[in-house]
Design a protein around this ligand. Structure first.
Ligand code: PMP
Length: 415
């Protein structure tokens, strides 16, 4: 009998979660804060705030180099965080976890290091039409520098990758396939394991931009077949300025350094330097130590609430929000894929998204308006911008009711 048939599924008590996140008690213009901008950045639970504060209050020192006690304790705290991120992502070894500034830096690292070592003129890099700019521009730079070609897999009107076309675009020349786990603009959950399988069939490495995947469900980089997986602390209820790049050990071992400096060397002479083994090879300079500690605490906090329970909770909210938003006259949902995560991106026929965002803000409802760093997606759907409500584990149906009430007010003002 499987464990799931004997163990009752963990349920998520969003009201209890809310009490762990101090900022959610704030009022905005005298109204309770309704925070629906989680795809841009999430709010921090006490566990993360305390982990960072306690680190500075009790343990702070530079890491890896010191013989003194504080330096050793700080090193242990940072390395514990690495181990926590390894466990969170299902990586085989802690050496496969590189701390970076975030998803953007993680992808730039792959492009600069793996890309320059392995991609040349005439080679191809395949992405999809729904990518965030940080999964487009680093590859464009690599193409400009090497003479490689960026190939873009189209998406359907619902916001799914057209898998038949994607498969037909892969070939001997494809060296890298890089797609988002979840689209920040549309909410589409991409079939990454399937795309990884297709990428490997043609001998390409498979990169997953996990910025919007890792916060919302269990991730197992090995089950996904990801050679690289990038994510950001601040989207996972952790600090800003810290992220992770998971990379398969054989690939990381063979890759040249990304940045030079302290920490990443074995020996330095003016004639030649030799490099430290991974992960240090890719962590030049003093890292964001407290950020790493906070990120590790965030991973543990997410696990304590149960990634499956979080996914179920957000799926319930997504279904409820989708149904409630359909009540609003003149609202068009952008992104209606078969599998979606908690993103409700929409336009109103009567008002520009920026006006929508401004009126919602006066009601205490925080959503994002704009192109969401995904201008090609906006162009694909023929809109300059959308309003986007994006969900986190502390959101409730009441938050979505508040959104709908505020949108009715927008209609009253503009329609
Ligand atoms: N990819 C996706 C899908 C994102 O949503 C974001 C952040 N909006 C990024 C990459 C970039 O993340 P960061 O700004 O934390 O580097």
């Amino acid at each position: 009998m499987s464990a799931s048939s004997t163990t009752p599924a963990q349920t998520l008590d969003a009201d209890a979660v809310r009490r762990e996140v101090p900022i959610l008690a704030r009022e905005i213009y005298g109204k309770p804060l309704v925070y629906l901008d989680n795809a841009a950045s999430t709010q921090k639970p006490r566990a993360v705030i305390d982990a960072v504060a306690t680190f500075y209050e009790t343990t702070n020192a530079n890491i890896h180099r010191g013989v003194h006690r504080l330096s050793q304790e700080a090193t242990d705290a940072f390395e514990l965080a690495r181990e926590r991120m390894r466990a969170f992502l299902g990586a085989a070894q802690h050496e496969e976890i590189i701390f970076t500034r975030g998803t953007t830096e993680s992808i730039n690292l792959i492009a600069a290091s793996y890309g320059h070592a392995n991609v040349g003129a005439g080679d191809e890099i395949l992405i999809s039409h729904m990518e965030h700019h940080s999964n487009i521009v680093p590859w464009q730079l690599l193409c400009e520098q090497t003479g490689a070609k960026l190939v873009v897999a189209p998406i359907t009107d619902d916001g799914d990758i057209d898998m038949d076309v994607l498969a037909s675009l892969l070939g001997d020349r494809t060296k890298i396939v890089s797609v988002g786990h979840v689209s920040n603009a549309l909410g589409t959950v991409n079939p990454v394991a399937e795309i990884g399988r297709l990428a490997h069939e043609v001998g390409a490495v498979f990169v997953v931009d996990g910025a919007q995947g890792a916060p919302h469900g269990a991730v197992d980089v090995r089950a996904l077949g990801a050679d690289f997986y990038a994510c950001s602390g601040h989207k996972m209820y952790g600090p800003t300025g810290i992220g992770v790049l998971y990379g398969r050990r054989e690939l990381l071992d063979a890759m040249p350094p990304y940045q030079g400096g302290g920490e990443m060397i074995r020996t330095v002479t003016f004639e030649k330097s030799t490099y430290a083994p991974v992960p240090a090879k890719f962590e030049a300079g003093t890292p964001n130590i407290a950020g790493g500690v906070g990120f590790g605490a965030a991973a543990v906090w997410l696990q304590s609430h149960g990634l499956e329970a979080i996914e179920r909770h957000e799926a319930d909210l997504l279904a409820y929000g989708t149904q409630r938003l359909a009540e609003i006259e003149g609202l068009r949902m952008i992104g209606t894929a078969r599998r979606k995560a908690g993103v409700l991106s929409f336009v109103l026929d009567c008002a520009h998204p920026h006006d929508v965002g401004t009126i919602l803000d006066r009601e205490g409802v925080a959503v994002r308006t704009g192109h969401h760093c995904a201008q090609p997606v906006m162009e694909r759907f023929g809109v300059p911008a959308t309003s986007r409500a994006s969900l986190g584990l502390y959101n409730t149906r009441a938050d979505l009711d508040a959104l709908v009430d505020a949108l009715q007010q927008v209609r009253e003002v503009f329609a």
